[in-house]
Every structure is written in structure tokens, then in C-alpha cells.
Write a protein that binds this ligand. Structure first.
Ligand code: BJW
Length: 239
């Protein structure tokens, strides 16, 4: 790393689907990805849910079932980030675009799920939250308001506001190091975080299997699987 990091540097880490790929969860884009052959607008928009809730429920039911398979576990990259949080003398915040719970299972505590969580749902009518490990359906009735048909997965779809943006922008404005791991840089506002961190003079590094759309604006780019690059990067920081 061509950067001498202050002893108690604040670190913000953005993660995307690539960090969970080696745990066995598919990414979105590219050959064989979750959206290969599907139009994004058919599954990840509020309009799609209004048009065909059963199909959208099935997409997330399938992913929830997949996540809960016993063979799906945090990989060394998730574990390295949890270790970094535990051992680093400064603030470490992980902002994930992922809806899986692999960061939590690895032990990360200071975590924001900006695009929601597949193991949660809420009622569209009364906004009450529900933990869910089983399939959702349009026939479900909300235990709080007793209305039927309003339960939806707690996912941020296109056109909706991602969660906890104020906290994220505050952290970006105050960080010394910004890391972006396993995300293609296609989706905003997350794809703009690097520019925000740069605007506040942070050092920025991308760790990805292949360079993302934004790769050229990072100070440093490490290419390779997350289980190698993240572990190496964290070990260097903790040295
Ligand atoms: C590995 C690896 C390995 C593989 N190791 N790496 C025009 C301009 C600008 C913006 C817009 C625009 N028109 C519309 C917008 C806004 C829109 C948007 O960005 N659209 C773009 C498509 C243009 N954004 C929104 O609507 C968002 N809301 C919003 O903007 O509100 C207004 C607002 C503005 C400003 C501030 C605040 C608010 C909401 C976006 C919601 C995204 N939701 C989804 C689906 C739901 C979750 C789910 O189903 O899981 O979230 S979309 C999907 O993409 C998912 C992901 O979180 C997200 C990002 O994908 P990610 O993680 O980057 O995955 P991939 O597959 O793209 O890439 C994988 C990467 O991993 C690749 O780079 C590989 O190389 C790498 N990789 N294996 C390391 N082993």
C-alpha cells in the first residue's frame, strides 16, 4: 500500500456481491449471475412487486433458502474484516450492499445493510418489521395490523432510498481510508462513495476479481479473489 495510514485511522469498507461469491452465493451481473436472463426491472423494483408479487417473492424465497443452506458460510474475506474491526485501534464501519448475513456471522458488529436484508420483511401497510427464515407469500397476514397481502421482503429496490444514508455520508466525510470490495460500481449511490471519500481526502483502494467501472479513480487497485486480496490487505494493515 502506497499510503502511510494514521495509527487510529477511520476506515469505511463498502462490500458487494463479490465478497460472498466464494461462499457460494451468486453475484448479479455477468454470465451465470443472478440476473443472467432476467430483466432487473422484472425482479428488483417496486413496480415489479406490484405487478407480479408472487414472482418477486419466489426470487427472494429462493435466495433466502440458498443462504440458509448449511454449506453457505462466511469465507476468509468476511472473517478478515471482522478481525480488522476487532483489532484496529480506530473506527471501522462496514457498509454492505449485500442482503445476506455473512458479515454478521463472521463477527462484524459495526455494519450497515444499505440495501436491506433477506432475512427480514416488513408490512407495506403498517411498516412493522418481521424476522423471516421461511418463505414469504402474498397470502400472508400481518400480525400487527391484520391486513393481508402487504408483507414484502426488506429489500431496497431500484428507485427506493437505501438505508442509513446520513450515517454513511457522515462516515465517508470523516474516514482516512475507504475500501471497496467485490462490487461492480454499477449501482448508485454506492458507486459514488469513492468520489465522496476522495473529496474528503481519504486514501481509496479497490479489491476486486476484475477492475470495476470506477477502478481508475481509486488510488490503488488490487485484483484477485476476495479471499486472497482482503486477507492480504487486512494482514498488512494489522502488521
Ligand atoms: C469478486 C469475486 C471474488 C466476483 N472476489 N470480487 C442514472 C444515474 C445514476 C443513478 C441512477 C440513474 N438511474 C437510476 C439511478 C439510481 C439507481 C441506479 O443506480 N441505477 C443504475 C442501474 C444506473 N439506484 C437506485 O435506485 C438506488 N436508490 C437511489 O438512488 O435512491 C436515491 C438516492 C440518491 C442519492 C442518495 C441517496 C438516495 C437503489 C438501488 C437498489 C439496488 N438494489 C439491488 C437489488 C436489491 C438487493 C438484492 O436483490 O440483493 O442491490 S440492485 C443489485 O446491485 C443489488 C446489489 O446490492 C447492487 C450492486 O451489485 P454488486 O454488489 O456490485 O454486484 P455485481 O454482480 O454487479 O458485481 C459483483 C462484483 O464482484 C464484480 O465487480 C465482480 O468482478 C466481483 N467479484 N467474484 C472479489 N471472488
Amino acid at each position: 500500500m502506497n499510503f502511510s495510514i494514521p495509527e487510529k485511522a477511520s476506515i469505511v469498507i463498502l462490500t458487494g456481491a463479490g465478497i460472498s461469491a466464494e461462499s457460494g452465493l451468486e453475484t448479479f451481473r455477468g454470465a451465470g449471475g443472478l440476473w443472467c436472463g432476467h430483466r432487473v426491472e422484472d425482479v428488483a423494483t417496486p413496480e415489479a412487486f406490484a405487478r407480479n408479487p408472487a414472482m418477486v417473492h419466489e426470487f427472494y424465497n429462493m435466495r433466502r433458502r440458498g443462504l440458509l443452506k448449511p454449506e453457505i458460510n462466511p469465507n476468509p474475506a468476511h472473517l478478515a474484516l471482522a478481525e480488522l474491526e476487532q483489532k484496529w485501534p480506530g473506527e471501522v464501519l462496514v457498509v454492505t450492499q449485500n442482503i445476506d448475513d455473512l458479515h454478521e456471522r463472521a463477527g462484524t458488529k459495526n455494519l450497515i445493510h444499505m440495501h436491506g436484508e433477506v432475512l427480514k420483511a416488513f408490512c407495506h401497510f403498517c411498516r412493522s418489521n418481521i424476522e423471516c427464515r421461511n418463505d414469504l407469500s402474498i397470502e400472508m397476514t400481518c400480525a400487527k395490523c391484520s391486513k393481508t397481502g402487504g408483507i414484502r421482503p426488506d429489500i431496497v429496490w431500484f428507485g427506493e432510498m437505501p438505508y442509513r444514508m446520513d450515517e454513511i455520508f457522515d462516515a465517508l466525510a470523516n474516514c482516512d481510508l475507504f475500501l471497496s470490495i467485490g462490487t461492480s460500481g454499477n449501482v448508485y449511490p454506492a458507486a459514488g462513495f469513492v468520489s465522496e471519500a476522495l473529496r474528503h481526502d481519504a486514501f481509496t483502494a479497490e479489491l476486486n476479481l476484475e477492475p470495476s467501472l470506477n477502478a481508475s479513480i481509486f488510488h490503488e487497485s488490487l485484483t484477485g479473489p476476495a479471499t486472497e486480496t482482503v486477507v492480504r490487505f487486512v494482514n498488512n494493515l494489522l502488521k
